[in-house]
Unconditional design. Structure first.
Length: 312
C-alpha cells in the first residue's frame, strides 16, 4: 500500500514499535480547535485556508476536545517507562491530516508548543485518509469528520467522532469511560429492545445470561488498554476505566459483568444507570474521554464539560 503523500517523523520523540504499541491516530480538528479555520476552508476554499495557516504558522492553535486525552496518555507512557525503561507496550500518537505539508507546519508547531509527544504527522491528500490506518497499526481513530469515522469502523478500526467543545483539563490518571451496548458490546440486545420492547430484551438477557455478549466496535481498543492497566496494581495504576451503561444492574447487569470477566477486561468501576441521565455521574468521574453510541448521552456529557466521542 502506498504511503500517505507525506509523513513527517518527529525526531524529538522516541519512535515506538507499532506491533506492540497502542497506536492512536487523531485528526487535527480532534486534537486542536480549528473551527474558525475549517469555516474559512468551507467558505473561501483551500488556497485561502493555506494562506491563513502559513501566515499564522507560529501562532499555536487552541486545544481541542481530544487534547486532554492525549496529554493523559503521555502521562501513562511516562509512568510505564519509570517502572520499566525497556517497556515497548506504550501509547503511540500520530496525527492524520488532510492539510498539505506546508499548511501543516502550524499543526507541527502547535504540537511542539504544548509539548505533545506525537511521533508522526501524516499529511494525506486522498479523500479517504482512513485507508492508511491499518498500515500504521492504528488501534483507535478519533476524528471530527463523520465520514472518516464510518470508513474507519468499516475497515475494522475502533473509531469515534469527536465534537468540538470547551473542555476542562482533568487531572491524571487517565480516565476512560465506555458505554456498554453498541460500544464495548455488540448491539444485539439493543436490536431486541427496538423490536420487542423492554420485556423482550429482559427475557433475551435472562435466556443468554451464561453466554458472553458479542464484541462491540471499541472492544479491541479497550482490551489493549486493559492489558496496559494490568501492568500496575489497583492503587498505583495511571489508567482507570469505567463502564457507564443504560442497562439496569438488577436485570441486565449480570451478563455484562460476566462478559467483562470472560474477556479478562479489568474495569475499575461499573455504573448501571437503568436509563437515568449519565451526565451527573460523568461530572463526578471527570474522564478524559467518554465513548457512547447515543447522541443524547453525548449531549448530556458535553453539558457537564466532559470530552465526548460518539460511536455511530
Amino acid at each position: 500500500m502506498a504511503e500517505p503523500e507525506s509523513t513527517v517523523i518527529n525526531t524529538n520523540v522516541k519512535q515506538k514499535d507499532p506491533s506492540t504499541a497502542l497506536v492512536i491516530a487523531v485528526t487535527t480538528r480532534a486534537i486542536f480547535n480549528l473551527e474558525e479555520e475549517h469555516k474559512l476552508y468551507l467558505e473561501k476554499g483551500k488556497d485561502e485556508y493555506t494562506r491563513h495557516q502559513l501566515a499564522n504558522q507560529d501562532k499555536p492553535l487552541p486545544p481541542g476536545t481530544a487534547f486532554a486525552f492525549i496529554q493523559a496518555v503521555q502521562y501513562v507512557n511516562k509512568k510505564i517507562l519509570e517502572s520499566n525503561p525497556a517497556e515497548r507496550d506504550l501509547f503511540d500518537i500520530l496525527v492524520l491530516s488532510n492539510n498539505s505539508p506546508e499548511s501543516g507546519a502550524r499543526i507541527i508547531n502547535s504540537a511542539k508548543h504544548y509539548g505533545l509527544e506525537i511521533s508522526k504527522f501524516c499529511f494525506v491528500s486522498d479523500e479517504d485518509s482512513t485507508q492508511y490506518l491499518k498500515s500504521h497499526g492504528v488501534k483507535l481513530f478519533l476524528s471530527a469528520d463523520r465520514t472518516d469515522v464510518c470508513n474507519a469502523l468499516r475497515r475494522g478500526v475502533s473509531a469515534a467522532l469527536v465534537f468540538q467543545q470547551e473542555v476542562q483539563a482533568p487531572s491524571t490518571p487517565l480516565r476512560v469511560v465506555f458505554d456498554g451496548d453498541a460500544v464495548l458490546f455488540s448491539d444485539e440486545t439493543d436490536q431486541i429492545f427496538q423490536e420487542q420492547g423492554l420485556e423482550g430484551a429482559l427475557q433475551y438477557e435472562r435466556a443468554m445470561e451464561a453466554i458472553p455478549i458479542g464484541e462491540g466496535p471499541l472492544k479491541a481498543f479497550a482490551m489493549h488498554l486493559g492489558k496496559m492497566r494490568k501492568k500496575f496494581g489497583q492503587e498505583k495504576s495511571p489508567i482507570r476505566t469505567y463502564l457507564v451503561t443504560a442497562r439496569s444492574g438488577r436485570d441486565m447487569g449480570i451478563r455484562a459483568i460476566k462478559t467483562l470477566r470472560e474477556w479478562g477486561l479489568p474495569i475499575d468501576e461499573a455504573f448501571f444507570m437503568d436509563g437515568a441521565p449519565k451526565g451527573p455521574i460523568l461530572a463526578q468521574i471527570q474522564p478524559h474521554i467518554f465513548f457512547d453510541d447515543g447522541l443524547h448521552n453525548i449531549q448530556g456529557a458535553q453539558n457537564v464539560g466532559v470530552p465526548s466521542a460518539w460511536v455511530p
